[in-house]
Design a protein around this ligand. Structure first.
Ligand code: GCB
Length: 592
């Protein structure tokens, strides 16, 4: 799916700004910012925690020139369901809160003023991703209310989270561009598959380097091959992006033009190493969240740029899009800045018995996740949409099919096998695929790891278990890592999460006091003593980059405090510790 850009044949209107908003059944509209979550803009707790239907609307204007073209409306994302109306005509709907969708609206628009209305809802349940525990109850006034208790550890922010754009395209247009390539030393054979609409007789492709010099040209039909000599590869933290201009022609006349940027690198897993451009890469970085003050989960470009610069300052080279596809703006930034990305679906919360003791109905306690949840369809959809959207990014080196599913329960392998197959089939670049394993499904109990190319572990020894006992934590960690290695000697192992909640400003003489800034550092040092010695351990992604908002719970004090930075991005002491560490670990060849 192409990112919305203005070109010489396409116009773009960005509808970001102030829209009108109301909860369903309310009569009064009120101002709201788009893109952003509605939750933190409305002050009252019942608004922040509202579950159910809501409406957004705004106006846009079309000129006579625009009406000669085909006209589309494109949403970066709406959490979690949206039905779109233009001038009272229903145009289409989309389920899934973290992927873009686009509808043609040519037949519904008119010259001058047009009205767009979005009827959305933020309900999550047993069939959606993420998974939520949905219920209904009567409040003190006897009114029915809906409730979603998150089956995951981040706040269920909702609304129009990413930009909305009106995009004109010519009558015949380029719908999609898929780029694959073979790299041999300094030569690249680039294969381009075009999806084209309407009438045309040829497509011309020009590739430009970063100095805007043309390095390859071809003319033909929907599949074309070009050769680039003296290729500069995309490297972690040293990105190089080519520009591919695709032009659609009929009778010598250019009908449409679109420019896709792309980098080229190889990815391979061999002898328990993760090779990028044939060299063993070491992941240094984070699991993150799209989470900021005011914007909630909505796009915050300033925060994205600040975060990227903070990660550079620390010598980080990678992150995982925990636990959902991030904005296209962030993906483009990562591609440009050379951050290596593990690109994750929305599959989080796939564990029915997670808080078994807290499930009220004892009859529910023995029910198996893979019988209880009906997420297969949503899971297939998000895998397809994610890969379709992000397939051309060089920064994406691996797809994460799920975070912490119940992978030790019977039925887990059968659930995941077709999903890994689907991801491998959908990806034109055939990148590795993984899932992220939870502590409750350790080596020997987990049933899914055979499908995963990398053993990605979220581990909390010394925090949720062996709390503050770092010497026991080290022993338990070492034993588990060795066990995984015995089971899968050729698979590399990495942390996709490890961390300890830390309240900024909390200090103690005793370095073993949980929640203090001193303890956070000691916790990480203990883990590094173990992993630095293991040649097959290929990366450390800290949980989390910054403190973030979660649902309410006795384990959470205004959210999750495992950030190395606060929610407003002040560094905790551990941020400096990692700056020293990561700046002294090379991106390649650390363990060789
Ligand atoms: C995990 C989850 C993450 C949580 C984290 C924690 O394993 O993947 O979403 O926030 O633990 O802090 O407990």
């Amino acid at each position: 799916m192409l990112y919305p850009l203005a070109t010489e044949t396409r116009q773009l209107i960005d509808l970001s700004g102030e829209w009108q908003f109301k909860f369903a059944n309310h009569t009064d509209w009120q101002p709201i910012a788009v893109p952003a979550s509605f939750n933190d803009q409305l002050v009252l707790s019942e608004c922040k925690n509202y579950v159910g239907d809501f409406c957004y609307q705004t106006e846009f204007y079309l000129t006579p020139a625009m009406l000669k073209e085909r006209i589309f409306i494109r949403f970066g994302s709406v959490s979690h369901f949206a039905q779109v109306r233009i001038n009272d005509q229903t145009i289409g709907e989309h389920q899934g809160g973290f992927t873009p969708f686009e509808f043609e609206i040519t037949q519904a628009v008119r010259l001058g003023k047009n009205l767009v209305r979005v009827d959305g809802n933020n309900i999550l349940n047993n069939s959606t991703l993420p998974v939520g525990n949905y219920s209904e109850y009567q409040n003190e006034q006897g009114e029915m209310r809906k409730k979603v208790s998150e089956n995951f550890d981040f706040f269920n922010y909702a609304g129009i989270h990413r930009p909305v754009k009106i995009w004109t395209k010519p009558q015949s247009y380029i719908e999609d561009i898929t780029i694959t390539y073979e790299l041999e030393q300094t030569r690249a054979q680039v294969n381009v598959a075009l999806m084209l609409q309407g009438d045309w007789d040829s497509a011309k492709i020009r590739i430009f380097d970063e100095n805007d010099q043309e390095v390859a040209y071809s003319e033909g039909l929907v599949c074309q091959q070009l050769t680039i000599e003296n290729v500069v590869r995309w490297q972690p933290r040293n990105a190089y992006l080519y520009k591919m201009q695709v032009m659609l022609y009929q009778n010598e006349q250019c009908l449409d033009s679109y420019t896709e940027t792309f980098g080229m690198r190889t990815v391979e897993i061999k002898d328990n190493q993760f090779l990028i451009n044939d060299k063993p890469f070491y992941f240094k970085g984070y699991g993150r969240h799209e989470d900021t003050h005011f914007n909630g989960r909505g796009l915050n470009n300033a925060a994205n740029i600040l975060d990227t610069n903070l990660m550079k300052w620390q010598g980080a080279n990678s992150f995982r899009t925990s636990h959902y596809p991030y904005s296209e703006e962030m993906m483009r930034l990562a591609d440009r800045e050379g951050f290596v990305v593990i690109d994750e679906t929305t599959a989080v919360g796939l564990m029915h018995n997670f808080g078994a003791g807290l499930i009220n109905d004892p009859a529910e306690q023995d029910i198996n996740t893979w019988q209880k949840y009906t997420t297969m369809e949503a899971h297939r959809q998000v895998i397809k949409e994610l890969i379709q959207r992000d397939k051309n990014y060089a920064c994406v080196v691996m797809w994460s099919i799920a975070n912490e599913p119940s992978s030790a329960e019977e039925g887990a392998y059968e659930y995941f096998k077709p999903l890994f197959d689907l991801a491998r089939e959908c990806d034109p670049q055939k990148r590795p695929c993984c899932f992220v394993n939870i502590m409750l499904a350790p080596a020997g109990k987990d049933l899914v790891m055979a499908l995963s190319d990398v053993i990605c572990l979220n581990r909390y020894y010394g925090w949720y278990v062996n709390t503050a006992d770092l010497s026991q934590a080290k022993k338990a960690l070492q034993a588990e890592l060795e066990y995984w290695h015995t089971l899968f000697p050729n698979k590399p192992i990495m942390f996709t999460e490890y961390g300890a909640d830390t309240v900024a400003g909390l200090h103690d003489m005793d370095f073993n006091t949980p929640f203090t800034e001193e303890f956070q550092i000691e916790y990480y040092k203990a883990h590094h003593e173990v992993i630095d010695k293991l040649p097959y351990f290929i990366g450390e992604q800290v949980w989390n980059f910054a403190d973030f908002q979660t649902k309410y719970g006795t384990f959470r004090v205004q959210g999750n405090k495992k950030g190395l930075f606060t929610r407003t991005r002040e560094p905790k002491m551990a941020a400096h510790y990692f700056k020293e560490r990561w700046n002294s670990i090379p991106h390649f060849g650390y363990k060789s």
